[in-house]
Design a protein around this ligand. Structure first.
Ligand code: NAD
Length: 418
């Protein structure tokens, strides 16, 4: 898939794969088979805007591999979405699911749209048209979507409704991350952020850092806001957060409930009075114990990797650290990296629980969900640390190597058709 390599996220995902394949000694003939996306679908979505004008949006879905079960992955609405980025995110989902032992291949979807510039009605029409164009390629045993940047429970409800109309009966298992009232799982909305906080707090304990450690979070959407709240629950002090409008900093600790209320009212942290304005770039390099990037990919770069001043880098976002930054972090062993495919896997783990509950029409209590989630996350963290110690490698290579090896083993034992 050389034509996708112009996209920096796809190039980064391929470089990570190539380095890990080298470490694992994967046979050359197997490498391309494991790396290349299985299916890529691009559709154009003509949608009537509120003004009466018709605008054509571009939508994608990439299914990375089908070896271990249906594909699974989020749907992103962002103005910078393009096929290469979606393919990179699908590949990362594959290693993430395999690392957590979930019976899925990775997938990702995206529509090139700035959701903040559109009304609810327009977003509903985009979502329904996208779902209807994707019907031949998705299904509860084929490919299951979930929210990602710019999409949410409401988006999933529209997708489920559109798909169910086509099939003729309600099919809740077609998406995860939908509202609880239509077959969603308790805890799914909070799962990614709470998982990030759980793992970061485990690292705080392992490094014997103070309970009231200082936390900085970039991105205050679904992942960032629940990660911040989760860290505060563990006793940490959240001193800085940001969103696309910039950051807010208060060394004494931010009142997260007041901030949530402000964001609910203004759809942005801009103007929050109880702290000082700080840019996203400055925020990332402030001294703290835990730094949680939970917005875009490629924000820890060659320029700022030597300047970040945290003890724990907990990657809530997908792909926040570039290859060049990673090389710098390897020279800074004082920083404990919790790599993205482990750190934010709480979301897809509870999505898996949701899918299982929907398929069985049998729903679990919230305590059961979080007990199971934390058990899987704790076990997966231990697995990664053991692999890193055994081979004297960094945490990212350790996590990727476990995930990639599992997919290679699956392909090897299934053989090649025909
Ligand atoms: P979201 O849309 O709910 O929130 C995104 C946040 O990032 C918003 O606060 C937005 O203002 C901010 N942001 C956007 N562009 C920014 C920029 N250039 N600089 C600083 N902040 C910016 O999205 P989300 O679901 O919280 O996803 C965030 C990240 O977590 C993404 O990388 C996503 O792929 C990853 N992720 C999400 C889930 C999930 O369950 N939602 C699961 C795993 C990983």
């Amino acid at each position: 898939m050389k034509h996708l390599l112009h996209n920096p996220a796809y190039k980064m995902a391929c470089d990570q794969f190539d380095a890990t394949a080298e470490f694992l000694n994967i046979p050359e003939t197997m490498r391309e088979r494991v790396k290349a996306p299985k299916r890529m679908v691009t559709v154009s979505l003509p949608v009537r805007l509120d003004s009466g004008e018709v605008k054509v949006f571009e939508g994608h879905r990439v299914q990375h591999h089908l070896t271990l079960g249906p594909t699974k992955g989020g749907l992103r609405y962002h103005q910078s979405v393009e096929l290469g980025e979606v393919a990179a995110l699908a590949m990362w989902m594959s290693w993430k699911c395999a690392l957590a032992d979930l019976p899925y291949g990775g997938a990702k979807g995206g529509v090139t749209i700035d959701p903040r510039q559109h009304s609810i009605g327009e977003l509903e029409r985009v979502t329904r048209r996208y779902t209807s164009e994707m019907i031949p390629f998705i299904g509860p045993q084929t490919d299951v979507m979930a929210p990602d940047m710019g999409t949410n429970e409401q988006t999933m409800a529209w997708m489920m409704d559109t798909y169910s109309h086509q099939i003729g009966h309600a099919v809740p298992s077609i998406v995860t991350g939908k509202p609880v009232s239509i077959g969603g799982s308790l805890g799914r909305k909070e799962a990614t952020g709470r998982g990030v906080a759980f793992l970061a707090n485990r690292a705080v304990d392992m490094l014997k850092l103070p309970n009231d450690s200082r936390v900085i979070v970039q991105g205050f959407g679904n992942v960032g806001s629940y990660a911040a709240a989760g860290m505060a629950k563990f006793g940490a002090r959240v001193i800085g957060v940001s969103d696309v409008s910039g950051g807010i900093f208060n060394a004494k600790g931010l009142d997260l409930q007041a901030l949530q209320d402000h964001v609910a009212l203004n759809r942005s942290i801009k103007g929050f009075p109880e702290g000082d304005y700080i840019s996203n770039e400055e925020l990332l390099i402030q001294p703290c114990e835990v730094l949680i990037p939970a917005a875009m990919d490629r924000v820890i770069t060659a320029e700022n990797a030597s300047k970040i001043q945290c003890r724990i880098l907990a990657e809530g976002a997908n792909g926040p650290t570039t290859i060049e930054a990673d090389a710098i972090l390897k020279q800074r062993p004082e920083i404990f990296v919790i790599p993205d495919i482990l750190c934010n896997s709480g979301g897809v783990i509870v999505s898996y629980f949701e899918w299982v509950q929907d398929l069985q029409s049998f729903f679990w209590a919230e305590t059961e969900i979080f007990d199971k989630l934390y058990r899987i996350l704790g076990h997966t963290l231990d697995k990664v640390l053991k692999q890193a110690r055994k081979h004297n490698i960094d945490h990212r290579t350790a996590a990727l190597s476990i995930g990639i090896q599992k997919v290679v083993d699956g392909k090897t034992i299934r053989g090649l058709f025909p």
